[in-house]
Design a protein around this ligand. Sequence first.
Ligand code: AMP
Ligand code: ZN
Ligand code: FE
Ligand code: FE
Length: 274
Amino acid sequence: MFADLHLHTNFSDGTFSPEELAARANTAGLGAIALTDHDTVDGCERMAAACAKEGIEFIVGCEFTVEQGGRELHLLGYCFDLENVALRAALRKYQEVRRNRVHEIVLRLNGLGIPMQVERVMEIANCDAPGRPHVGRALVADGHCRSLDEAFQRFLKKGKPAWAPKAKLSSAEALGLIHEAGGVAAMAHPGINHMDEVIPDLVSAGMDGLECFYTRHSTAMTEHYLMMAERHGLLVTGGSDCHGENKGRPLLGGVKLPYEFVEKLKAAATRVAV
Ligand code: AMP
Ligand code: ZN
Ligand code: FE
Ligand code: FE
């Protein structure tokens, strides 16, 4: 049996609904999936029901945007208590940060002569955790850019004129919230971050795992992170980071994590649960 522990729905910047994602995961031959929307768990309830209907296992998750040493990284939280009050409050706060950031990005676009409105982006986002991809989709939908990629390259990437910073949880705060809620945390897509030097600090701060298997990891990268996980005694996770259709071919099914790693993850979460 295989799992994909890194997936997004339209509760953040993915395009599939939970029901569509569960059905596609089943078709792709996955036996277990985690939902890891950005800074929200709002899709988890529907995802759990949809997975039950498809006969596949659902694992609670969230991709937290955090900062470590002044740089952004993503921490994947798993198997935590969805009802944990402190965790839910922190997510609400950072969803507000995301909404405010959309205002700032739109203001910058307006300053560049692009007549975009916040309401338009929010209509397209249709969720509480809007992000740059939603602004990009609005730019494409309204004919200001030909593709999402162009929107990022011209406006939205860090260093481009409509980019705006966003306040983030510190990695220590996020690890504390995830652990207090009985979960475990893994660094997402380490091979894309080029921040290996912070991994020992994160391990010291209690980080539990490393996303060794990932769509854009080469075989050499996967090997490198598997060795690092072994060296630091970390759990091994993996996922596709599917956000929906990707030029007609969803990433879903491209990463198949052997289920033994999921068992270890769940066992570790049970151990820390109070
Ligand atoms: P945000 O969380 O608002 O900062 O947006 C980050 C998200 O934008 C990432 O999770 C990716 O899904 C997406 N993203 C980042 N770079 C690009 C790009 N060049 N083209 C399309 N999507 C991107
Ligand atoms: Zn995303
Ligand atoms: Fe990410
Ligand atoms: Fe992701």
